[in-house]
Structures are given as C-alpha cells and as structure tokens.
Design a protein around this ligand. Structure first.
Ligand code: AHR
Length: 619
C-alpha cells in the first residue's frame, strides 16, 4: 500500500495542542514535585486539613541518655501573623541530649551518599539557654549520616542555615535537632532541601520528577487545579480559603497554611512564582486557573457587588506575568528575582463549574479582562462530561461571551474513548475552541494508553476546533493516593511513567505545526484504508490473497461504547489466505469501530484486505 502525505497543503494549525495539567492532589506538590523533605515544617498541620493531623504530625521527641524535655506547640510569640504555630522544646534534664526529629514523607527522608542537603530554621531561645544545636541526618536506629551545628544566639526570631552531606544512602532516614543545657528553644520553618534541585533553583523542585515532566516537552502547563482551585471559603485570610494566588508568592514563611481540597495540608511552598519559573524552565506556556468567586462544592458565592477583588486577582496576575518592572505587580515579580516578564497568553476562569452562579460571575471576569488585555485568551468552564446534558451551559456562556476556549473534562472507560474519537469532527472552526483540560480512561494498562492515543488522533485531526488538551491527574505519590489512574507515579526516591505517560510523550514529541492531507491506498480492494491506523467498518476481519499479521485488534460498539470481548491471546495472530481470525457472529450490523495494526507477511500483489460480511457465515 501507499500513503501519500501532501506536504504542500496546510490545514488547521496545531498551536499549543498538547500540554500538562498540574494539581496538588496525591501529594503532587508537598511530598512530591516540591523538593522540601521536612513534613509539617511550620507546625501548622491541623485537624481541619485532615482527620488525625495535629501540629506535631511527623515530629517526635528525642530524649537521649537520661535526657528529659517537653515538646509542645505554642502561638503566643509567632514568627509572623500568617505562621502562628512553633515548636517549644522545654529542657528539663539534658542527659546525652534532647530535641525533636522529623520523619519526612513516605518511608522517611531520602538521602544519597555524597549528596548535600540544605537545612534552615527560624529559631529563638529564652535567656537562660546557650548550648549549640546539633542538626543531623540519621538512620531510624540512630546511625549518623551527616551533621552540622548552629548557635542560636537570640531571644528574637532569626533564620539559621547549615549544610549536611550524607555519608550513606538511606531512603528512610530522619532529620534530628538535638541540644543540651536548660531552658527553652523555640523553632519554626524547619526546612531541608536537597542541594540538587531542578535547575538548581532555591525553594526548588525535585529533580527526577521535574525531569520526567520536562521530558514530555509539553507546550503548556495548566495549574494549580482542579477542584483545589474553587473549593474553599470566600475570605483569603481563612485557613480554608479558596486558592488565591497572592497568598502563594514571596517568602515561604509568609505563605499561609491551607486546607487542601484533597484532604491534606498544603504549604503553598510551590506557589505562583515557582509555577511560572518552572514553565519557563521547561518551555511550556503557563495557563493559570483562577476561581470565579463561586465554590460549587459548598455552594458559596461572592455577592456580585463584591467581585471586585476577585477580578483584580485576575488582572493583577496578568500584570505579574507580563508587566515590566515599573508596574506594580511586574515590580513585585522583579523583586522576587525575575525582572523580565514571564509572559502570559491564556488564563482560565473556573474549573468544572456547571451552576448558574458561576456563569453569572464569569461574564464580569470576561469583560474586565478583555477590556484591559484584549489579546489574552480566556478559558471558560463547562463541567465534567455527563451523559445527556453534557457541557451545554458552558458552551452557551462561551458563545454569549466570545470565550476563546471552553474547558471540557472527561474520565471514562477506554471503550468510551474509542467510541468518541470522532467527538470533535463536527465542531466548527469559528466557535470557541475546546480546551480538553482533563481526560483519562479508567486505568493505567496498555489498553488504556492505546484508547487515549486513539482519542488524541481525533484531537489532532480536529485542530480547527481543539486548541489545548492535557491528561489528568499528572502525578501520584504511591503512599498518598487520592485518585487514580495517574500519569506518573513516585515514592520518595523513585519515579516512573505509565504506559499513558509514554503515549503523551509520543504525541508531544511529535506534535506538528499544521495538519496536512493524507491519502492511503493500495491495501486491497475490499476495504482500502482511508486513514492510517483507523478503519471504520463493521463485521469481521480476514485476509485475501496474502498472509497478514493483525495485532492490537479492538472492536467497539459505537452505540453503547462497549468493547467486544476477545481473548487477549487472539489479539496477535498470523493468518493465511481467506481465513477469518475474528468472527463477530453475535453482533448487529450497525455501528462499530475496528482498530488494528496489519502487517503483510507474504502473498499476492494486492497486499491484504479486510473482508466484510462474515456475519452470515459465522452465524
Ligand atoms: O483531576 C482530578 C479532579 O477531577 C480535578 O481536581 C477536578 O477538576 C476533576 O473533578
């Protein structure tokens, strides 16, 4: 057969089609991409974040050789108004030393032989206390892998730093802070980062996970959520406030603790500055998603006449990303270390909302953003896929406002994916474009990845209507699973990509600039291929005049989405002339999609043919 690619003719441009979506669920940020190794570093864990949490979660007391001390958490003399809690070590008997230790995430703090770790802490002491403080990385049974000493010399809060180098590799170690003497030692923001972070950034990202993401070569990154964005109270000072980006920049000790929608504590250490920096580092366009002042989880909505600060958040964010250093928010970005603008092309308002209160508020955001920044592409929201009344409100609002894109989400069976490869075939080029902001078939098996690949061919083919697409969720810590399947799994020292990851990678690495027409023919008279790899038809499969190996055979009922069952063993077969390998005697004639790979092994000049009409014979 022959496939002709008409490179002289250009169809729709693919633009930024394939990217990634980062949300801090499954401990994707804290205990994940964010390289901080100390868990509950600021003693702000609270039962509001998750049942069973308290301000000493992940911490324990150390008492050596007759030492005795109290370990508690206080808030009378806080580090700052947003970081109220701190640890108090009240030394009663010094013995061989007393203090506290942190167990990190997963099995412990991972250290590698020869590598350096940066420790920092805010500390103060009461007047009667003057002993050095020993910082160490230790095994669970007390072997010391690296240590340093700091001298806490002030009764007021002061930041101290030290570097520790590990003498051995241990993925289950502890950070200990031990001292002697009498009196009280106060500690807050106890932090330990590997010196090696992605691109060596301070307050940086875990190198292995960041590299996996960079290796995808995504055109964009949607962040910071998901449900995480719009779940919360309306007051930015509340601990369970909706995600307000201004809370996430600046000194980490000034970022308020936050209840994460996914039932754990979120430090916000990975905040908007870090997101933009990461996007720049990996060459992905940043696509921030802001809440629209409506929480669909708790049905809370900001009164329309109080929307001002929420809309300002959007306008200020654009200035933060694009303004030069002379602007208010561009100046803040410059002070944080990035004098040049990051740039911003897209902004999303809302996530998965379907309620009228959202769309009522969206209009105000849309108008205000377009009035000040007409070239910014605004993404509207259309909710998750629901059979029957899918997406209608979102599309109506998008049409009414002229939204540049509409965010659709679906999590469905692989069969559903196969049956919806043509979902966008009839979408119009002059409407709002689709942002497929979240999608996944239910599983991380090879078949799921193939089904997603099939759907992605439909996204590519319809680039006139589909602007952006990203799989979800992206990351999952194996010990803190909120949701599966996920694209990339990790523990505290390893990371691996699923089959789905490699499908995403394949498409991102090979994303073209524009569609070109393809003609295929010469594969046999009965059913010439019209698109490489995708043949729409019904009935059965055989060969004529040649010997062919068929692999990866899937037949899906386009009406029910159901996949016809096959023995997996039947998926790979070498067949001889005129012998059917798949008999579909049980099915009706109507709408099925057949997908397969066919390799000619030998035989007549016509190559292979798909034989239709086996139904009668099979019956
Ligand atoms: O990707 C997981 C969640 O699925 C997202 O937070 C939400 O938008 C959707 O419901």
């Amino acid at each position: 057969g022959t496939i002709t690619i008409k490179t002289g003719q250009r169809g729709a441009r693919l633009g930024d089609l394939f990217g990634i979506f980062f949300e801090d669920l499954n401990h994707a940020a804290d205990g994940g991409l964010y390289a901080e190794l100390v868990r509950n570093r600021s003693f702000e864990f609270d039962p509001i974040d998750r049942d069973g949490y308290d301000s000493l979660t992940a911490w324990s007391k150390v008492e050596r050789g007759g030492g005795r001390a109290g370990l508690s958490v206080a808030n009378e003399h806080p580090l700052n108004a947003r970081n109220l809690h701190y640890a108090v070590l009240d030394i009663q008997e010094e013995g061989d030393g007393v203090g506290l230790s942190n167990e990190g995430f997963n099995t412990g703090i991972p250290v590698r032989e020869g590598e350096a770790y940066r420790f920092s802490v805010h500390a103060r002491r009461d007047a009667s206390w003057e002993e050095p403080v020993h910082i160490a990385l230790e095994s669970a049974d007390g072997r010391v892998y690296g240590e340093a000493v700091i001298a806490v010399d002030s009764a007021e809060w002061k930041r101290y730093e030290a570097e520790l180098v590990a003498s051995a590799t241990d993925y289950g170690s502890r950070l200990t802070i031990v001292t002697k003497g009498g009196g009280k030692l106060f500690l807050d923001m106890v932090s330990l980062f590997p010196a090696k972070t992605y691109r060596g950034r301070s307050n940086g990202l875990r190198e292995d996970i960041a590299t996996m993401l960079a290796d995808l070569k995504p055109r964009f990154m949607r962040f910071p959520g998901g449900c995480l964005v719009h779940d919360g109270s309306l007051n930015p000072d509340d601990r369970d406030s909706m995600y307000r980006w201004k809370n996430t920049i600046g000194d980490v000790e000034q970022r308020p603790p936050r209840r994460n929608n996914w039932r754990y504590h979120q430090t916000l250490g990975l905040g908007y500055y870090e997101y933009f920096q990461f996007c720049e580092d990996i060459g992905a366009k940043a696509i921030p998603i802001l809440p629209a002042g409506y929480d669909p989880h708790h049905k809370r909505a900001v009164p329309i006449d109080e929307l001002g600060p929420w809309i300002d958040d959007a306008l200020d964010l654009i200035e933060f990303a694009r303004g030069d250093a002379s602007t208010e928010w561009g100046g803040i970005r410059a002070k944080l270390g990035h004098p040049e603008p990051f740039g911003l092309e897209y902004i999303g308002i809302g996530n998965e909302e379907v309620g009228a209160p959202f769309f009522e508020r969206y209009d105000y955001f849309h108008r205000a953003i377009k009035a000040k920044y007409p070239d910014i592409k605004i993404i509207n929201s259309s909710g998750p896929f629901a059979a029957g009344g899918e997406y209608e409100r979102g599309w109506k609002s998008a049409r009414d406002n002229g939204s540049d894109l509409v965010d659709e989400h679906y999590y469905q069976s692989p069969e559903w994916f196969l049956a919806h490869v043509d979902r966008y075939d009839d979408f119009k080029a002059d409407e709002s474009k689709v942002f497929l902001g979240e999608y996944a078939s239910w599983g991380n098996a090879y078949y799921n990845a193939l089904a997603e690949a099939a759907l992605m061919t439909g996204l590519e083919r319809n680039a006139h209507a589909v602007g952006l697409a990203c799989y979800a969720p992206l990351l999952c810590n194996v010990d803190y699973v909120n949701w599966k399947p996920d694209l990339i799994w990790f523990n505290n020292h390893q990371v691996f990509g699923t089959a789905n990851y490699y499908v995403q990678r394949l498409f991102m690495h090979n994303q073209g600039d524009a569609l070109v027409p393809i003609e295929a023919g010469g594969f046999g008279a009965a059913a010439p291929l019209t698109e490489p790899g995708a043949i729409r038809g019904s009935i059965a499969l055989g060969t004529s005049g040649s010997s062919v190996r068929y692999t990866d055979i899937r037949i899906v009922n386009n009406v029910t989405g159901e996949q016809l069952s096959y023995e997996d063993a039947a998926l790979e077969a070498s067949v001889e002339t005129n012998k059917p390998i798949v008999q579909l005697g049980q099915i009706d004639w109507d709408d099925y999609t057949l997908r397969l790979k066919a390799t000619k092994l030998g035989g007549g000049p016509n190559g292979f043919a798909l034989i239709f009409g086996w139904k009668d014979e099979a019956n």
